[in-house]
Structure formats: structure tokens, C-alpha cells
Design a protein around this ligand. Sequence first.
Ligand code: NAD
Length: 479
Amino acid sequence: MTLVAFSNFIDGAFDTPKTTFESIDPSTGAPWATMPAATEADVDRAVEAAHRTLHSAAWASLTATARGKLLVRLGDLVVANAGRLAELETRDTGKIIRETRAQIAYVGDYYRYYGGLADKHEGSHLPIDKADMDVTIRREPIGVVAAVVPWNSQLFLSAVKLGPALAAGCTVVLKASEDGPAPLLAFAELVHEAGFPAGSVNILTGFGHDCGRRLTSHPLVSRVAFTGGPSTARAIVRNTAENLAYTTLELGGKSPVVVFSDADLDSAANAVVAGIFAASGQSCVAGSRLLVERSIKAEFLDRLKHKAEAIRIGDPQDPATEMGPLATPRQREWIEKIVAESLASGGTLVTGGKRPDDHPHGFYYAPTIIDAEDPALPCVREELFGPVLSVLTFDTEAEALALANDTPFGLASGVFTTNLAKAHRMARDIHAGVVWVNTYRAVSPLVPFGGYGQSGLGREGGFDAIRDYTRSKSVWIRI
Ligand code: NAD
């Protein structure tokens, strides 16, 4: 089979790569494309182009309104090309076509939202305490942005960085993950078609240890926007010790979903199942810890077991498929290790816990539920990034809250109850950047998103995200 060849997009041109690697289709385990492995020299070229462009007439003299129009055009192009981008993302990551189509449709909304905000972002004029002075605070683009994303939802995780960065007037070098980079490298064609000046947006892929390290420590980079795992985040922070770039980190999670006995159990069960098994559990907000009130535990677990066993596993390109493979074999090995350790340490398997028999090829793993009981089990502590739900039981609201907060992470959480006061108390006291009450996984460009503790630093989404790509300049004038 001839492999499809992809290129990096640097300084407005699609490069013929000098070094490449093969990308694997996770549903078959076979290579399907060759990807460019950007070298440190490629990174240098991209950062230098972004730096040159930052102050160039082609970019710096564009008004905020003109930049906004480019972003809106890009959003329109993403929507017009959603089918092709979704197919590529499904092919390269194994995420099911239903999910990639739905997600890419709203990626367009993020670009449109930040396009609309580009000329609404203002500085200020201060009522200064000196009669002979006039002070204005200008907000200027912070500089060249290094954006680094993981393999899951690459188009979405890029939009929450590129949108506000370009609206603010920054230029960007975006590094796609070496796992599943196809949709982002194809997206580069849309950046080109939208009319962004050469060098303002550069998109490349390569490996973390050379390309990622060089990019995030580059002396011409002023801002790093990272999404990925906590151990990589530590490496990134060490890299930025070199350039002192302002850095935001969107990391992992071990999100609790609390189901009280007074909840609408039907809708809670649907949300819990979608919360953990969507994207085969490979989502930073996966609701991977279920905390259920003891009086409804048996009934609720029974509902979940039936729903999990009814999930249609199959070819991710088939619109009827409800769960696809994991993205990489190492991902599956990690999940298998933690599940085995947890069962050996006292966890009880409710369902799953194995590779599905009828999918011998590809990196499939069955929807799995473990009745953990012990909060110290590895499946309760570790982020698995896979389709594994760990169940803990509580008797009182205080116990539910203590269990919910018993994690170094703090990204998302869910609360299911029909008691309004209880919902408010839980929402106030849970340590997480997002609390969903009687729903799970709702997102919008208007709403900030980010974690507490080991789940990250800073927020993406919403109006304030643009400010995070600017720096202030205080101008004092004697009058
Ligand atoms: P990862 O941390 O292994 O890789 C992320 C990116 O960092 C990749 O592009 C990789 O090449 C790059 N990288 C690796 N080493 C680097 C280095 N030394 N210097 C610079 N860059 C380097 O993450 P992954 O396995 O691809 O993705 C899974 C993780 O991402 C999970 O922990 C998940 O929770 C997290 N995630 C978080 C969010 C969020 O918004 N909070 C969203 C999606 C995924």
C-alpha cells in the first residue's frame, strides 16, 4: 500500500521533509502515512519566521479587525472541510467518526468566536493620583507563541491556543503530537487558504525530546501554551527555565462523578457512561472515578454494566460504531498493567478488563468497570486515559466530597442530584476547574477551562484567554 505523505508548514510553505516516520492506523495496527519529523533546525526556521513576521508590515500593520476577519474565515474553512478533517483524525487516532465530526464542527466556532473578539479587546486609561500625569495601559501581543498539543483532539486543543494568540496579534509555531498529527498538518492548508501572512502560523510535527524541547526553550519564544501529560509538563517547565517564557499548562485528570441517591438515575447513568467511554476514555475530562451513594449502588452498577456491554465496538470510520480502539499500543499496555495491579490488590471486575475477542487487530480494549472500594487502588489514583471506570461508595455528602477531592488532580467533576442546595454546596467545595451538575462534558468557546493542582496552570477559552497572550505597557505622559 502506498503511504500518504504529509509535510510541515513553515514560513508559508509546505516543506519536503528530510526525515520522516510512519504513522499507524490504530484500528488495523498497520502504517498508512509518512509524517515529517521536524529537526531542531526546522524548529529554528519556524521560530525565526514567526519572530520576523511578528514585527513585519504584513502582520503587524494588520488591524485587529483584519486579524479577526482572517480568524472568522479560518473558522468557516474548518467547517467547510470538517468531513475531510474528521476522516483524517479518525484514521490517524482511531477516534470514532461520530465524535471527530461533532468536535470539528465546533472547532470552527472557536475560531469564529476569537475572530469576533479580536477588535473588542481593549487597554485602559487610569484615573491616576497625580494631577500632571496621564497614564494609559496598552495591551500588546506577548510575542512568538510555542503551542504544543497531545494526540487526542489536536484540532480542538490547537483552536483554544491559536484563536486567542492570533486575535491578540501574536505569531505561532504549533507542534502537533507525533501520534496522530494528520488532521493538524492538513489544517495547515486551510491556514494558507484563509490568507494568513507567511510566518504568522507555522505548523510542524516531530518528537518531544528534540523538536518539542527546542521549540519550548527557544530564546525567541515568549509564550508557551502546552496541553499534555504531567511528566511532560515538568520537562516543559525545565525547558522554559532557558527562555523564561510565560507558560500555561493543561494537564491530566482523574475526574470524579458523584451520583446521589436522589438523582435522576437514568440520565446519570447515560452521562457516566458517555463521560468515561467517549473517545475510548482518552479524554482529559474523562469521568474516571464514579462515587455512588451506597443505597443505590447495586442498582446503579447494574445499569452501567448493561450499558457498557451494549456499546458497539468496531471500525472507527463506521458511523454506527460507538467505541473505537486506543490510539497507541503503549496506551493499551499501560491500561492493562494498571487494571491487573488493581484486580490483584482487591478490586472486583464488574465488566470488561480485556481485549475484545472479536477485534484481534488494532489496539482495542473493552469498556471496563472496576468496583474498587479502596481509594488507594492504582485504578483510582492513576490517570489511565482509557475506557476504565473505577467505582467508590459513600454514605454521606461529607464523605462524597472527601473522596471527590482525594486526588492531586482537579480538572473536571460531575454531580448528579435533584437537591439544589446539595448541588450548590458540592459545586462550591469540589477542587476542580469545572463542575458539571446533572450534565457532563458540556463545552463552549465562551467558558474558561483549566485545572487545579496537578491538572494545570492557567485557563483556556473565554474572553480572558486573549489577555493571556498580551503583556501590558504603561505609558506615562506629563501633561
Ligand atoms: P504527552 O505529554 O506525552 O505529549 C504532549 C505533547 O508534548 C506532544 O506533542 C509531545 O511530542 C510533546 N513533548 C513530549 N516531550 C516533550 C519535551 N520534553 N519538550 C517539549 N514537548 C514535549 O501527552 P500525550 O500522551 O500525547 O496526551 C495525553 C495527556 O494529555 C493526558 O495526560 C491528558 O490528560 C492530557 N490532556 C489534557 C487536556 C487538557 O485540556 N487539560 C486535554 C487533552 C489531553
